[in-house]
Design a protein around this ligand. Structure first.
Ligand code: ADP
Ligand code: MG
Length: 753
């Protein structure tokens, strides 16, 4: 968040004020009341100087429970009670032993409080005092009693306030550091030093932000609070409203700084990058479109128009095309590639796995049959000689379209690369495309993703990427029905599968693991011979282990069980990521030909496998898959005219989170809804992989929660940069410094930005 600005001079403060005995840069041990032993412990929390304390924000805030009425008291449930002392008595029978008891009354009735051997209570809890007490009440006879409650004496005004009590800050702790020490320290330091921090957001900007936030129902008054007020209130909130305003300011500032960086980057890239303009006549475009054996959907045509427009520019397109599996993204990509070739340049299509690359290669060959366009394939299983020849043909320009796996296509020599399409990519770091720059020219870039990106991610990690979305499905697609299996369903489901196979359909059965070891996403990028293939072989079942054949999470066990027992009469085959590439291909081909009824497999089929006749899917151990993965899997059975059926089985007890996820999965077929739900359930880090995001982590803002603030910040940032691209206005100097300090290096903003 706000990075502290060292303050050089304190001398212009009001001379009447007592000069503070410590400053921003004062080492903590010299802050009154800290000392070296404590300072040593605070160090473990990253607190070294006084100013660090200002920016050591509470993890959360605890709101005092609302005061309880007598009729609402319950034994064993802690309560806060506010009332007046109407009777008090200290009784000492033997020396050193005493009982102090008092009766506290408010309009709802009376309670009794008792203290043993604490005679000094009698001096504090005198008649007519107003107190707020909290503790665990017990029924003693007909009266509620608090033994040794916590209490504080309050004045009547505060009591009228329904006893809001003080909101307590809760700090992250470390060994040897107590909550109360941090509360005391942050209070002491923020009271003295909050005014010393320089304000980076000019008053006008704070007002504009408050107004814009108000429009989305985030009310912080006429203006976001100043940094001094914010720092005081975040540590010691005087009220819930003040706390909200302070937090909103900090979140807003963090997001604004990020969005300013992204806006500056967009701005500077527009001026700096150079791409090959691809300008085609409307006639050529029509000719390309006519090559497709079907009518394009409205969304496809719309996106094609957008892309064709962008490809004409000198400035590289950087577009993310998102759409559910099967929505027809690849068709759009093929259009862009053919347009590139029609303009005399090369295009490449990168896929995450060899299986997918081969599939794209086949699709392209089919569509281009009888044309002069040449397509080349680059993948791991190519022989050395073949590979050398392909590379040579790419360099000489004999090959127009290059399909391959990502690892192989990066870093090769092209003749004239003008467009790069990246398929099924959802882990996309800022700055990827730099790798494909050749001779100072960047290719236009189109990324396809079937994992819809939540809005907030699109606005941050993908900050300089334009977004296109295909929502409508090609006509004539069957619906998909999703079921969550309940106990005892298996036999019925196996019967259902037999019926569908009898009708001529094909079936997937997906298990999460290959062997006995949990493989996670074992198939991503598998089959490339990267040397990273998992070492342990597929487990052979011994007689002993056969008992556990019902272990549904292992694909090999499931295969054994299904092929030998359940579906003896059907053609059952096994497919997983640890098979050799050609063996895998052979199984896929036979499945595509309809020579296999039931394919027992892992997530290797998650991406891109396209067999329209396969309409039934069983997902085993479904609780082990993420939402995005489940949805990808479901996409495999929504490709043809027949209705699809997906049944999810789980293993073991489901955690509440797993249940929630599966319920969401069952309830909607809309990838966008699922993505937003996933984001809510898992948070942003997981979705993108923290390291992949390319941006420094946020400290206060939470993208899954603060979407409205993010939108406001983005809009204001864009307006600021449109008006003042280099943030040269004097009032923005400090803000600009913060943007550069935090993002400058990461986003290459330093020079000329
Ligand atoms: P995605 O890449 O979005 O998963 P594809 O482009 O691979 O989707 O399309 C999925 C299937 O639908 C392919 O078999 C493709 O040929 C077919 N398809 C795409 N667009 C249309 C359309 N407009 N009409 C009919 N079929 C289409
Ligand atoms: Mg696809």
């Amino acid at each position: 968040m706000t990075e502290p600005t060292p303050q050089s001079s304190l001398s212009d403060s009001d001379p009447a004020e007592k000069k503070p005995d410590f400053e921003l840069m004062t080492p903590l041990q010299f802050v009154p009341g800290v000392g070296s032993a404590r300072a040593e412990r605070f160090r473990k929390l990253g607190l070294r100087k006084a100013q660090d304390v200002l920016f050591f924000f509470p993890r959360e805030h605890q709101f005092p429970p609302p005061p309880t009425r007598v009729d609402d008291l319950h034994e064993g449930k802690s309560a806060t009670f506010i009332g007046k002392v109407i009777d008090a008595e200290l009784v000492s029978r033997t020396p050193g032993k005493s009982i102090f008891a008092a009766i506290i009354e408010n309009e709802s009735g009376v309670v009794r409080i008792v203290f043993f051997n604490q005679p000094f209570r009698a001096e504090q809890l005198t008649l007519d005092r107003l107190v707020r007490l909290s503790g665990n009440p017990k029924l003693a006879g007909l009266r509620w009693e608090f033994t040794h409650p916590k209490y504080e004496i309050i004045d009547s005004e505060e009591a009228d306030d329904a006893g809001t009590g003080s909101i307590e800050s809760v700090y992250p702790l470390t060994e040897g550091v107590k909550e109360y020490e941090l509360r005391r320290l942050t209070k002491q330091v923020s009271e003295v030093l909050a005014d010393e921090i320089k304000e980076v957001m000019p008053a006008e900007l704070r007002k504009a932000a408050a107004k814009a936030l108000g429009r989305v129902d985030l009310n912080v008054g006429d203006s976001l609070p100043s940094i001094a007020t914010t720092l005081r209130h975040i540590h010691c909130p005087p009220s819930a409203e003040a706390l909200t305003a302070a937090r909103t300011r900090l979140i807003f500032q963090e997001l604004l700084v990020m969005q300013l960086a992204l806006a500056m980057r967009r701005q500077s890239l527009t001026g700096r990058l150079r791409a090959t303009p691809l300008d085609c006549s409307a006639q050529i475009k029509q000719r390309i479109i006519r090559r497709f054996p079907f009518e394009l959907t409205g969304d496809q045509l719309r996106v094609i128009e957008t892309i064709a427009g962008e490809l004409q520019r000198q400035f590289p397109m950087n577009r993310l095309l998102q759409g559910d599996v099967g929505s027809g993204k690849t068709v759009v990509a093929i259009f862009a590639m053919m347009l590139t070739v029609a303009c005399g340049h090369q295009a490449t299509l990168m896929a995450p796995t060899e299986v997918l690359a081969r599939q794209h290669f086949a699709t392209l060959q089919k569509i281009l049959a009888g044309s002069k366009v040449t397509v080349g394939l680059l993948c791991g299983s190519l022989g050395a000689a073949e590979r050398r020849e392909t590379l040579q043909q790419i360099a000489s320009g004999e090959i127009d379209l290059i399909v391959g796996t990502q690892a192989l296509v990066f870093d090769i020599q092209f003749h004239s690369l003008a467009l790069c399409v990246i398929d099924e990519q959802h882990k996309f770091g800022v700055g990827q495309r730099v790798r494909l720059r050749q001779g100072g020219v960047d290719p236009h870039c189109l990324v396809m993703s079937a994992t819809p990106i939540p809005r907030s991610i699109a606005m941050t990690q993908f900050g300089d990427v334009d977004l296109s979305t295909i929502r409508d499905k090609p006509a004539g697609r069957g619906e998909v029905h999703t079921y969550l299996a309940v106990d005892g369903w298996k036999d019925r489901w196996w019967d259902f599968i037999r019926q569908r196979v009898a009708e001529g359909r094909q079936v997937y059965i997906v298990a999460p693991r290959v062997g006995d070891q949990d493989m996670g996403n074992e198939d991503r990028g598998g089959g490339e011979g990267t040397g990273k293939e998992p070492a342990d072989p597929i487990v052979e079942l011994s007689d002993d282990e056969a008992v556990a054949a019902e272990d549904i999470t292992s694909v090999s066990r499931t295969y054994e069980h299904l092929s030998k027992e359940v579906f003896k009469e059907l053609r059952v085959e096994l497919l997983h990521g640890r098979m050799k590439a050609d063996a895998k291909q052979a199984v896929m081909d036979r499945f595509a030909e309809g020579d296999i009824d039931v394919l027992v497999t892992t997530t290797v089929i998650e991406v891109g496998v396209d067999v329209a006749n396969a309409t039934v899917m069983t997902i085993l151990g479904g609780n082990r898959f993420g939402l995005a993965q489940l949805h990808q899997l479901r996409g495999r059975v929504s490709r043809g005219v027949h209705a699809g059926h997906v049944c999810v089985f789980t293993d073991g007890e489901r955690s509440p989170e797993e249940s929630e996820r599966l319920k969401v999965f069952e309830s909607t077929n809309d990838g966008f809804e699922l993505a937003e739900a996933d984001f809510r359930l898992r948070g942003p880090g997981d979705l993108l992989g923290k390291k992949q995001s390319g941006l420094p982590p946020l400290r206060i803002a939470d993208l899954s929660r603060d979407i409205e603030i993010l939108q406001v910040a983005r809009k204001l940032a864009q307006e600021l940069i449109d008006e003042d691209p280099a943030m040269e206005d004097e009032s923005l100097t400090l803000l600009k410094e913060q943007v550069l300090r935090r993002y400058g290096e990461r986003l290459h903003l330093g020079d000329g930005a």
